[in-house]
Design a protein around this ligand. Structure first.
Ligand code: IPE
Ligand code: IPE
Ligand code: MG
Length: 240
């Protein structure tokens, strides 16, 4: 079973269009799918579930759609955080929250604080997140922490930078899923996906369900993760 599953929830707009509904109907349905996916992840013993809700590039959408997405996020924070806590879920938000309304920032911080001792599932919502932003902010924080002792010519060890990435509390994702048929990363977790198994499905996010999650997990389980080694090495290590 993958410990950490990271999902790009894509296809809400197309789901709505197919039904001659406004795009917002797809986003609303997408929130329901999030609830079902959290339940399905818990049932399967997944420890970390990370969902891409709003990318740093999504500000480029029409202003009214951005507002609707912000409103949905705000409502979800208001209505769902207590339920997450009741279910033993640890809640985290990653991304540059500075651009969000104060109310969203307060609710996100309060939700993280309330649920920080929970251990059943760590649910991370990536909001105004960009993989490039994450690496840049890690470099900045690394520099701030080491300013005094920094040798200008000293090599920067990637392992030394990793603790400053915004998801340093979680292992790197084992399985990445993107719904909606597009086969790209769209500036999601760039650093952390280096050795993640990638899975793409044409299902639109509102249609994603437990069966679809099981299909992704089955694909993951059929793969051999070599991390640069040979297949023989991996099989030898597994047999021991
Ligand atoms: C994903 O669905 C949700 C967000 C990016 C917020 P889209 O809104 O991208 O749906 P499509 O890709 O237009 O169908
Ligand atoms: C990626 O979806 C971001 C989220 C799902 C939050 P997009 O629909 O924004 O991605 P592109 O623009 O098609 O790459
Ligand atoms: Mg899309």
């Amino acid at each position: 079973m993958p410990r950490h599953v990271a999902i790009i929830m894509d296809g809400n707009g197309r789901w709505a269009r197919k039904r001659h509904l406004p795009r917002v109907a797809g986003h609303r349905k997408g929130v329901e799918t999030v609830r079902g996916t959290i339940r399905a992840a818990i049932d399967r013993g997944i420890e970390y579930l990370t969902l891409f809700a709003f990318s740093s590039e999504n500000w480029r959408r029409p202003q009214d759609e951005v507002s609707i997405l912000m409103d949905l996020f705000l409502r979800a924070l208001e209505q769902e955080v207590a339920k997450l806590h009741e279910n033993g879920i640890r809640f985290r938000v990653v991304g540059d929250l500075a651009r969000f309304d104060a109310r969203i920032r307060e609710l996100a911080a309060a939700g993280e604080q309330l649920t920080r001792g929970n251990e059943r599932l760590t649910l991370t919502i990536a909001a105004n997140y960009g993989g490039r932003w994450d690496i840049a902010q890690a470099a900045r924080r690394y520099y701030q922490a080491h300013r005094e002792a920094l040798e200008p010519d000293a090599p920067l060890d990637p392992d030394a930078l990793a603790p400053y990435l915004s998801m340093s509390y979680a292992p790197e994702p084992d399985l990445f899923i993107r719904t909606g048929g597009e086969e790209r990363i769209s500036n999601f977790l760039l650093w952390q996906l280096a050795y993640t198994e990638l899975y793409f499905t044409d299902l639109l996010w509102p249609d994603f369900d437990g069966k679809a999650l099981d299909d992704a997990i089955a694909s993951y389980r059929a793969r051999e993760r070599r991390f640069g080694r040979t297949s023989e090495q991996v099989q030898h290590a597994a047999a021991r």
